[in-house]
Design a protein. Structure first.
Length: 399
């Protein structure tokens, strides 16, 4: 079997090519998994494909791409063989996950406003249902109620799942992605990516410097006649997380890069990150143009008047490498002077609208991404500013 699908009516559906013989609906078959274990089963539904749609059949012959229902434990690389003479085909190896994220219920002050499915039970059911067809995904329940550790093959794999769930009406929060390390006979190993980069020669110096700081090792490089540099690197997955945005900034949006999982290799060493801090809202309420007008020099904002925010929400990126708590809801004191409110808003710099990929890349260790069908908001794990300060002091002085 080379692919899996799931139907709420017939259960798990295995898709593959019938190599020999004939297969009928209702026929008894032997299910041979990728470990060589054999179990008996029966085909309940048999389908072929036409115009990307499944069509139910009673019998198919060799050479046909078929979809089979009725074998609940079937997986990628398994073989469905004759029940009396089971012969296994060469198994297909599925790559193991390399990146994981924490999925949890949304407990922000705006929880339940925009989502249709918001409870931990609904979140758990959706993740477990995803396991039926998403063979590279792993889901573990954590000790804290309503939290799940979801592992996948790279940041993009998990981002696709998040976007799919968001469009289905789910409301939840996710943490910062982290790499999965392995401790083997040769010591600590980590996943590496083969990175293919295209950039103009004018920007190549900055790109090469960024990859070098992220422990990248150049494998090949060539120069095109149009002034474009084509290079291949081996980079730890840790170095690729959060690389897209600074890469596009350094190349003025003209660069292209693509990454593929290579292998688990020995730990490459520490990677220095010069991340900028966050601008965190002190209190909740509608964003004030008067407040932003006086705070524009502090950094780049993600919000715009009269958008509503809550205390502990990340409203922008600081110009320094530390967080700054600000009041974006502050209004002007009442006086005899009246200014046109729209003139202040029009004079403000436009906010930076983060896509899902950019928001995931932006996350710091103490932040969460609140995902809803209508919006995505970055927030601190601990919303109360005073409690965050106490936790920081305890961590600093070991109290």
């Amino acid at each position: 079997m080379t692919a899996l699908e799931y139907s709420a009516y017939v259960g798990k559906i295995a898709v593959g090519r019938l190599h020999a013989g004939r297969l009928k609906a209702g026929q008894a078959v032997a299910h041979i998994d990728h470990h060589g274990n054999t179990a008996q089963g029966r085909v309940t539904k048999l389908y072929t494909f036409r115009d990307l749609q499944r069509q139910e059949q009673t019998e198919v012959s060799a050479g046909t791409i078929v979809a089979v229902a009725g074998i609940p434990g079937v997986g990628i690389g398994d073989t469905l063989a004759d029940a009396l003479n089971p012969i296994a085909l060469p198994p297909i190896k599925v790559e193991e996950p390399t990146v994981r994220m924490v999925f949890r219920i949304n407990d922000s002050p705006f929880a339940g406003r925009e989502g249709k499915y918001v409870t931990s039970r609904q979140l758990r059911e959706r993740l477990m249902r995803e396991l039926e067809s998403n063979v590279a995904l792993r889901v573990e329940e954590m000790e804290r109620a309503g939290e799940f550790l979801v592992s996948g093959r790279g940041e993009l794999h998990l981002a696709i799942l998040i976007e799919t769930m968001r469009r289905e009406g789910y409301e939840f929060a996710v943490g910062r992605p982290e790499v999965i390390f392995h401790d083997g006979d040769d010591g600590l190993t980590e996943p590496f990516e083969q990175v293919y980069v295209e950039a103009l020669n004018d920007y190549w110096g900055a790109v090469a410097e960024m990859l070098g700081k992220r422990r990248g090792r150049m494998l090949d490089i060539r120069y095109g006649e149009d002034g474009t540099v084509y290079a291949e690197y081996s980079v730890p997955t840790r170095g690729i997380l959060g690389f897209r945005q600074p890469f596009l900034t350094a190349t003025r949006g003209t660069g292209v890069f693509h990454a593929l999982f290579d292998a688990y290799l020995p730990y490459a060493g520490d990677i220095e990150h010069s991340e900028l801090g966050s601008l965190v809202s002190l209190e909740g309420g509608p964003v004030s143009g008067y407040a932003l007008e006086h705070l524009m020099a502090r950094g780049t904002f993600f919000v715009r008047p009269p958008q509503e925010v809550y205390a502990g929400q990340v409203v922008g990126e600081h110009i320094r490498d530390e967080d700054l708590v600000i009041n974006v809801c502050r209004t002007k004191n009442l006086t005899g002077h009246r200014a046109k409110p729209t003139s202040i808003v029009e004079a403000l710099s436009p906010p930076r609208i983060l896509s899902l990929d950019e928001a995931i890349e932006y996350l710091h260790e103490d932040e969460l991404l609140e995902v809803t069908p209508d919006a995505m908001r970055i927030r601190k794990m601990e919303l109360d500013h005073n409690l965050r300060n106490r936790a920081t002091k305890r961590a600093k002085y070991g109290e």
